[in-house]
Design a protein around this ligand. Structure first.
Ligand SMILES: NC(=O)CC[C@H](N)C(=O)O
Length: 309
């Protein structure tokens, strides 16, 4: 059984919205602090082209940490698994996404996984190109293909706002540079990383990207294998084990689908072989996940038995 009507989805959104008041909009990136905590929207994109949605689905949101799974797919395609996993690990962490603690206790200083900031910075470091602009364009053209919109771009106001305030991410970079995990100029890497996080799209496009992962890298509209199957599987596995930060275990038990969230309040879901989900609900819980977005996924998972376990 699947949700195939906007009306039904609206009912779930109304119910899930009730818990938005218990969350808080992220404001450590000042530009994100302006979001309305009561917003909640969702789109579901099926491989047969059908789409159902509820809420303000034209509103664009910045990807933030959702971009980590996309940059990982690109870098795995460009450099192969051996090179990538020499520099970043495959294990979940019980720490918050921006924590520096485990880096210090790991020898060599290898970030535990690509979904925490330390690991994502290493992945972004590996995006190929001669300068920041060329590397950003490379990532953007990949994302435009996944979302099927050649106009997708980044929000420079949000990028600048994060660039000004990303001192913790700078600290992670300097630590990684000291230990020779990265070797580029830190300001340059922060420039590219904050631009990557500020790439924006609406829920429908986010659901389409989720669908490509759900379909193991195939674009069902064109039949093209955009991401090799084995690499799409790796990305989905990280979504399950680390995609919801240090709440990934509870999320796997309660909801049971590969998903990746971002501090803008976005969640991208990939229900294997079935559909992609894009959610926007900016009020976050204490771990940085959309509080109403998780409730909404819980309701959907219960109703339509979406768990993959
Ligand atoms: N969890 C997130 O979405 C983090 C992304 C954000 N740009 C940061 O690095 O802090």
């Amino acid at each position: 059984m699947e949700c195939r009507s906007n009306k039904e989805l609206k009912k779930f959104v109304r119910e899930a919205k009730k818990c938005a008041k218990y969350g808080k909009v992220a404001d450590y990136i000042p530009a994100l602090g302006k979001a309305n905590p009561n917003d909640l929207s969702i789109a579901i994109r099926y491989p047969d082209g059908k789409c159902v949605s509820a809420g303000d689905i034209d509103r664009k949101i910045t990807l933030q940490s959702i971009s980590k799974v996309i940059s990982l797919a690109l870098v795995l395609m460009d450099r192969g698994t051996d090179e990538v996993f020499r520099k970043v690990g495959m294990e979940p962490t019980g720490d918050p996404f921006n924590s520096i603690a485990k880096l210090e206790t790991m020898a060599p200083a290898k970030p535990l996984n690509p979904m925490i900031n330390a690991g994502a910075l290493v992945v972004t470091h590996m995006i190929e190109g001669s300068n920041v602009e060329a590397r950003l364009q490379r990532l953007l053209s990949f994302i435009r293909k996944l979302a099927n919109n050649p106009e997708i771009t980044m929000n420079s106001q949000v990028a600048n706002s994060e660039f000004e305030s990303a001192q913790l991410n700078r600290a992670l970079c300097y630590f990684l540079k000291q230990h020779k995990v990265i070797d580029e100029d830190v300001e340059q890497l922060i420039d590219l990383y904050t631009k990557q996080c500020a790439i924006e799209m609406n829920c429908l496009e986010l659901a389409r990207v989720g669908m490509i992962f759900a379909m193991n890298g195939i674009d069902p509209d064109s039949g093209e294998q955009i991401i090799p199957e084995q690499l799409a599987r790796i990305c989905k596995t990280f979504m399950v084990t680390c995609g919801m930060y240090n709440a990934s275990g509870e999320f796997a038990i309660k909801i049971g689908i590969p998903a990746k969230s971002g501090v803008s309040g976005g969640i991208m879901g990939a229900v294997p072989q079935k559909f992609g989900i894009g959610i926007f609900g900016p009020a976050l819980d204490e771990k940085g996940n959309s509080i109403a977005g998780i409730k909404l996924l819980e309701l959907l998972s219960e109703t339509y038995q979406l768990t993959m376990f």
